[in-house]
Design a protein around this ligand. Sequence first.
Ligand code: SF4
Length: 453
Amino acid sequence: MKYLIFTYGCQMNYSDTERMQTYLEALGFKQAKAEKDADMIIFNTCSIRQKGEQRVIGKMIDMIKLRKKNKNLIVVITGCMVRKSSSRYSETRDKLFNRTKEIDIALRIEELPKLADLIKELNPKIKLPKIEEETLEDYFNITPNYTSKSQAFIPISTGCDKFCTYCIVPFSRGREKSRPMADILEECEEFVKQGGLEITLLGQTVDSYGLSTFDKQEGTFKHLPKGKTPFVSLLEQIDKLYSKGLRRLRFTSSHPKDISDDLIKAIGKLKTLMPYIHLPVQAGHNDTLKRMNRPYTCEKFLTIIKKLRKTVPGIAISTDFIVGFSGETEEEFQATYDLFKKEEFDFAYFAQYSERKGTFASKNLKDDVPKKVKRERWHLINELLKTIVAKKLEKFVGKTLDVLVEFEEKGLLHGHSEHSKEVQFKGKKSLIGQIVTVKILKADKWVLEGEKI
Ligand code: SF4
């Protein structure tokens, strides 16, 4: 049988897809090249924005057409849209089954090892091999089928305990749970042994690694030395892999509440930690932050930024903003705009607020900023972003940067510098997967252009 996976959303979903591939291949599935060849089509979904969900539901029209040719086609939805692992014949089913008739299986990604049973429940005639390996019984321990040989995205925690009022993640991914440090280290070590150069640690809020209610109840991190956060202990352990060939360590996303002084020091000190951090602020006014249930003030956020810039001169900082959140006044938006203008973040991901069903905001806060106003505010921030990004990139012209080459497109090699700037240059495809030195000749809109030296 053949499978095809469509992945949407963040890096966490792409990492989950790599784990899913390993699991499916252990069940005897092979990857299909096109939808028409697949016996099972999986949608690994994102719910952060309404558009993301609509895209997946829209794809169901294609499933109707495909089913006309292949009656036994299995359609699976996993990722953030799913609350309950179930098949169309389960006694209690996920609510997604009410939204479209085309789904056969809804799967919570953390319950990936249940997929085989759900397939059997759906169609007992399908014979699947019994999985013997213990590593395939636990989502975290499934060794992923890495897409790249040089870069790996490794999850260190799942779920979230923060409950920002607009966000669906604590409901879709559940409460925050950290993965045992020994397992993460083993995966990192194995990857580096195979020639891996760059590791990005993933989690909804990586800097609270080992600190969640669940982690405390389990006592998993009790043995760690006092005065150091579990996250920094983890980073220090991974950093030791420098001697085995690891060159770059990154993490995403962090939460301002959990950024500790020892983490800031570690970014300035550890050999492999890159001078880049993604730190979502979401809004530049304390009233908006309060309605969002973001547990920090703008002043606290700015103190962190100041410390980061002092400890790691030249550090690149990106952030997230939401524009047009419930109750956002002109004054509040202006404060967000001013914060972005003053702090000149290297990049910002920003979205117009859209209500997510089931969140606190959808039940208790009116989505009262008119669409037109949201759009205008979005455009204003976007124009500012373009100016700031151009200014930031210009500073690299004439400099030489180490670039990890990731892919080739239209005759140009693309990769990222230590500060996570995208760089493109002419070169042989054989350089993919290597770190090369590039002299920057020009800053284009969002990308640096250079030549290999
Ligand atoms: S920190 Fe807030 S925005 Fe981020 S995943 Fe958790 S609830 Fe969502």
